[in-house]
Design a protein around this ligand. Structure first.
Ligand code: PLP
Length: 406
């Protein structure tokens, strides 16, 4: 059998879409300019699928900062890895500001969020250690767990009894440390990790806690410091992580923790040691964005206003949004793949509304998750148009919304 045989068949991850050369449901071609209206297949659509929470992705002030940085440094500087030739005082200053923002002693920058989680977990967790992670954790935490090479146990999504059970089991044959791993805001369902209870348990079992707050940083908490601030447990989270690819609308990520721990990660996170340093254009842009997040609470206030309007309108129309407690708005409707495709095409073609669809195993079989991301830039008119489109969808498809059990 030839290694490439599988490439000519429709097996594997999303293989059916790959084999059909799909460009509609997977890898749709969108105009790259981010906004609440974007061009899809030559047509303007109201965009509800990008994580531009604070609406900063096309911000003029930030664009100016980035353009000046490119003018001064071009696109690649500094060349080389941080370890050798790619460290600058500006990288270090940004790390200090991020650490301070998260009430931590220190922070380390990564080039991508995915690489940050892989690097952090694989640096800290060794063969004798155990990771106990939420079953719905993002792929980067699962891949980081496998890369780390220690023992691991999944616990049922947000189920504190099961977390305790897994911690007890991990403790029983314990030969090293234990790290509990969870998202802060779960990216698909929008529910929050039960951080106060998780903190109680990790302390009871002498474990540490890593929170990937990709969807919470800049969004949750009175000052946008994240889900740990929302729950008042910032000092109990041992390792706080976020990407810059969502509220920050840039590229990169960071882990914040105690000084010695971050220094250890700095010298052991292979995904960053053996990778080129984050370019100056992003260092400057993220620095300016962090300041904007702190100086402009009105952006976060508007995001939550849009969220409330969208979610209450959809709920009043009979849609089940599960137990989201964040801007992430999952609209659960009954149906299998074929119906999901028809619904998505109906919204895009007939109503000019772009949403993404998510299916099993993220949600139980027979349920379609239409995932919507409100942003601070959406207008009241766009919200009303969208709610009205969903009412038409409900009637046109005769959706049995009461039948959805999530
Ligand atoms: C929870 C979570 N962690 C990490 C990542 C990866 O971040 P990045 O896109 O910066 O690699 C994502 C992005 O989808 C995410 O949702």
């Amino acid at each position: 059998m030839d290694l490439f045989d599988k490439c000519y068949q429709d097996g594997g991850y999303l293989g059916v879409l790959r084999a059909s050369k799909d460009k509609y449901y997977s890898r749709p071609l969108l105009s790259p300019k981010p906004g609440t209206v974007m061009n899809f297949n030559g047509k303007d659509v109201i965009m509800w699928s990008i994580n531009n929470y604070l609406g900063l992705a096309n911000n003029e002030e930030l664009k100016k900062v980035a353009l000046e940085a490119v003018d001064e440094f071009s696109t690649s500087a500094p060349m080389g890895s941080r370890m050798l030739t790619g460290n600058t005082t500006e990288h270090e200053a940004l790390e200090d500001k991020l650490a301070k923002f998260e009430n931590k002693e220190s922070a380390i920058l990564f080039n991508y969020g995915y690489m940050g989680v892989l690097g952090t977990l694989s640096a800290l967790v060794q063969r004798s250690d155990t990771i106990v992670l939420d079953k719905l954790s993002h792929a980067c935490m699962i891949d980081g767990t496998f890369l780390a090479g220690g023992k691991y146990r999944f616990y049922k999504h947000n189920d504190m009894d099961d977390l305790e059970k897994q911690l007890k089991l991990a403790n029983k044959d314990r030969r090293g440390g234990i790290l509990v791993v969870t998202e802060g805001v779960f990216g698909m369902r929008g529910d929050l990790a039960k951080l106060p209870e998780i903190c109680d348990l990790k302390e009871k079992y002498d474990a540490r806690l890593f929170v990937d707050d990709a969807h919470g940083c800049g969004v949750m908490g009175p000052n946008g410091k994240g889900t740990s601030e929302h729950f008042g447990v910032m000092d109990r989270v041992d390792l706080y992580f976020s990407t810059f690819a969502k509220a920050f609308a840039a590229i990169g990520g960071f882990t914040a923790s105690k000084e010695e721990v971050v220094r250890y990660i700095r010298y052991n996170a292979r995904t960053q040691i053996f990778a080129k340093s984050l370019p100056m254009v992003y260092v400057r842009a993220v620095d300016a964005t962090l300041k904007m997040i702190q100086d402009k609470p009105e952006l976060r206030n508007r995001l939550w206003e849009v969220t409330r309007k969208l979610q209450s309108g959809l709920r009043e129309a009979g849609f089940n949004l599960g137990d989201t407690q964040s801007p992430i708005t999952p609209v659960y409707v009954p149906g299998e793949l074929e119906i999901a495709m028809k619904i998505i095409a109906y919204l895009r073609e007939q109503k000019g509304i772009f949403v993404s669809g998510v299916m099993y195993p993220v949600v139980p079989k027979g349920i379609i998750l239409l995932r919507m991301i409100p942003t601070a830039s959406h207008t009241d008119e766009q919200i009303e148009t969208t709610i009205s489109a969903f009412k038409d969808l409900r009637d046109e498809f005769k959706l049995q919304l009461d039948s959805v059990k999530i």
